[in-house]
Design a protein around this ligand. Structure first.
Ligand SMILES: [Ca+2]
Length: 195
């Protein structure tokens, strides 16, 4: 967790921690609840301490995460578009590091698949006033840009006269007007993840 915390902001960290705790609680076999017969003969179920602890932690994390997401939505640092959640940690790093920090948080780099998603990503780019790497790379053939899963892009928003790198600019950045430019992968650009 420590290495992740260097890359991530609290909301993403809380999300990761809550999923970890959730899987811990699911995978841990709780001691069976005890049955206690009271003096009047009724039976009372006493939940195990671990069950109660898991319940309390879930409850607290849920509210903390909900509150934090609400604050970030209000600040414009996290956005929902369709079924995607977009978030930035505000850090400027090279393509590989940006992708790694998104994958650490079980997401990937923001990848606009249509105009609506492009606008949502642009909202974060404008918020930080920084160009951002997108989850798109040039394939083996020059000028053939693909999603990170290898599928060819079916929506593009190239800036005028772009892409112009011809295999020397294999990554793609978003400008602060929402248009795209093919660019070298070793520059420092804003990290925006999608989940
Ligand atoms: Ca270019």
């Amino acid at each position: 967790m420590d290495c992740i915390s260097h890359h991530l902001d609290p909301p993403i960290l809380v999300f990761v921690v809550s999923t970890e705790i959730s899987s811990y609680c699911k995978n841990t076999k709780h001691p069976p609840s005890r049955l206690k017969r009271k003096w009047y003969g009724a039976i009372e179920i006493i939940p195990s301490t671990k069950s109660l602890l898991c319940l309390k932690i879930h409850f607290l994390l849920f509210f903390f995460f909900f509150f934090y997401v609400l604050v970030l939505v209000l600040k414009g640092k996290i956005r929902e578009v369709g079924e995607k959640i977009l978030a930035s940690n505000g850090k400027k790093v090279d393509f590989a590091s940006a992708l790694a920090s998104c994958e650490d948080a079980r997401g990937t780099l923001a990848t606009p698949m249509n105009e609506e998603e492009n606008k949502a990503i642009l909202g974060i780019v404008k918020k930080y006033n920084q160009y951002a790497y997108l989850g798109i790379k040039e394939g083996e053939d020059s000028g053939q840009f693909k999603y990170l899963d290898g599928m060819p892009v079916n929506y593009t928003k190239w800036h005028q006269n772009e892409p112009n790198g011809k295999k020397t600019e294999k990554c793609v950045e978003m400008y602060t007007d929402g248009s795209w430019n093919d660019k070298k992968c070793n520059l420092h650009r804003l990290t925006i993840c999608e989940f």
